[in-house]
Ligand binder design. Structure first.
Ligand code: PLP
Length: 285
């Protein structure tokens, strides 16, 4: 079980960036998280496409092409030799003056961190996790667009801290207009009257790769499905809730604001999606 860090093509056990890197000073960076399945990075093309889109969203030019990144990922995976890996690609603005103006930063740093995949307790999937609808609002799209996956996660950190204070494992945020958006590191799905629902992109969310796959699976399997804009209170009426993300995959939610969701156990639609998604991962591996 090893961690390897690739900085601009150089693989090390430990690595450091300068405190003058604007990624450190201002959260001026973009990133992606990818997991392997059977040792192979899952949905790599989709993640790289989003990485480049995020970079473009903050006017950051990634100093290498996608092929170079793919090769570096593979070399770093080979060097770490883990059964399954968590891969984090970070592109920072680079070292510059201690001033938010990025024009003094000439060399973005491209970091690929590979470590053993974190183990999520089986119990979380069997029983579901508790979440809270928090007062911290998701950034509005015209402030820091949640669709751009930047290293500036303070909005989400504060939401998570608020959730933890009331005993929840994660937070669900609404946007400044009170509409449901997403979790702190995951997208939100819920079931109302047998229909699978998820907030639309206009509400201000990250367009999750897992979310896209779930939507595709819902369509392919004839599950009633809708994207839309719903007020936060709508979630209190949900029969089922689950979160989606690269690391947690499909995570059932059993408690919302200290009250059971539906039966208080992962519901049938959630369980079906957990199964379909895990079959999809097996098939792509
Ligand atoms: N929303 C946010 C804010 C996230 O940070 C993440 C993942 O990190 C997601 C959604 C889920 O995205 P994906 O399915 O691509 O991992």
């Amino acid at each position: 079980m090893t961690t390897k860090i690739n900085i601009n093509g150089d693989i090390q056990d430990e690595a450091f960036v300068s405190i003058l890197d604007h990624g450190f000073l201002f959260g001026d960076s973009v990133y992606e998280v990818i997991c392997t399945a059977q040792g192979k990075p899952c949905f790599l093309n989709e993640h790289l496409k989003r990485l480049y889109a995020s970079a473009s969203g903050i006017s950051l030019k990634i100093p290498h092409d996608q092929e170079w990144i793919k090769n570096q990922i593979q070399t770093t995976l080979n060097s770490a030799c883990n059964p399954e890996s968590y891969i984090r690609i970070i592109v920072t603005r680079g070292v510059g003056d201690v001033d938010i103006d990025p024009s003094s930063c000439f060399h973005p740093n491209l970091i690929i961190l590979v470590k053993n995949i974190p183990k999520i307790p089986d119990e979380n999937y069997e029983k579901g996790i508790p979440v809270a609808l928090v007062s911290i609002k998701r950034n509005s799209r015209d402030a820091l667009d949640p669709a751009v996956k930047t290293g500036n996660y303070l909005n989400n950190v504060l939401a998570r801290v608020e959730a933890q204070k009331v005993g929840a494992a994660d937070a669900i945020m609404v946007n400044p207009w009170g509409q449901l958006t997403e979790g702190t590191t995951s997208n939100l799905f819920f079931v109302r009257e047998g229909r699978l629902l998820t907030p639309e992109k206009n509400c201000g969310i990250l367009s999750g790769i897992t979310r896209e796959k779930i939507i595709q699976l819902a369509h392919e399997n004839g599950m009633p499905f809708e994207e839309g804009a719903w007020p936060g209170e709508e979630l209190l009426k949900a029969e089922e809730i689950f979160l989606s993300g690269t690391v947690k995959k499909v995570m059932p939610v059993s408690v919302l604001d200290n009250r059971p969701v539906g039966s208080g156990k992962p519901g049938p639609i959630t369980q079906k999606m957990m199964r379909l998604y895990s079959e999809l991962l097996e098939s792509v591996a």
